[in-house]
Design a binder for this molecule. Sequence first.
Ligand code: OOG
Ligand code: MG
Length: 264
Amino acid sequence: MKPIAELAAILDDAAREVRAVSQIDPDNRLALEAAYAIQKASIGRRVARGETRAGVKMGFTSRAKMVQMGISDLIWGRLTSGMQIEEGGSVAFKRFVHPRAEPELAFVLKKSLAGDVTLAQAFASIEAVAPALEVIDSRYQDFKFSLTDVVADNASSSGFVLGPWCDPAPDFSNLGLTMNIDGRVVQVGSTAAILGHPLRSLVAAARLSAAAGEPLQAGWVVMAGGATPAEWLKPGSYVSVEVERLGVAGFHVGAAPSAEGERT
Ligand code: OOG
Ligand code: MG
């Protein structure tokens, strides 16, 4: 196996240069700790280029996602400022290799949260909740990976869109949601699909990120995980999620470059 820094560079370069690479550990030979070390080193490269840490994303917190990708272990990844897509804004299709979007719920924290916390402690750390979309864009060819591959690849994280921040007090454990592409409903689900209650995803984020020496901070965003399977994105589409009572988050995917010049 190549050194961790080298594997991190392969994945980081693939993301920057928008090209897919071969799986680095198709047979799951790496220790999970080594895969997270690669992830950490690849995010370190982004931070060294001026991005700042924005929070944490959780992966495979719903059955729908586990089934779609064939992996049933909870994973986490690191969010940076460079991954945020402005709500209602536009992102160029050419930034991605083979992007998919999925509807999520996001939290923003008002205080740090670390270790083995209770649901009540997790709840008390939340400043607000928002409807959210995640754009995942695996750096691996054909979007195919082993558990250690996807961990090393920062859980396929590529972009996130945050809708309006809402008071967390009203129960958000079972809110109906739809994902829409160009006005067509493409997925229907509920926030309850996320570990039975999205707060459990925050509890897991607190434990896993503290164990990695990076406890959740006040002001950080935590993406709870996809509530439904992800959908492929096409150039020129408008993608949105609507969560009952919380509202809508959406973004445009820029059109593909054309002969007349590039539009984003
Ligand atoms: C891995 C990331 C999973 C989620 O919300 O479950 C994830 C992938 O599906 O490529 O982000
Ligand atoms: Mg996700």
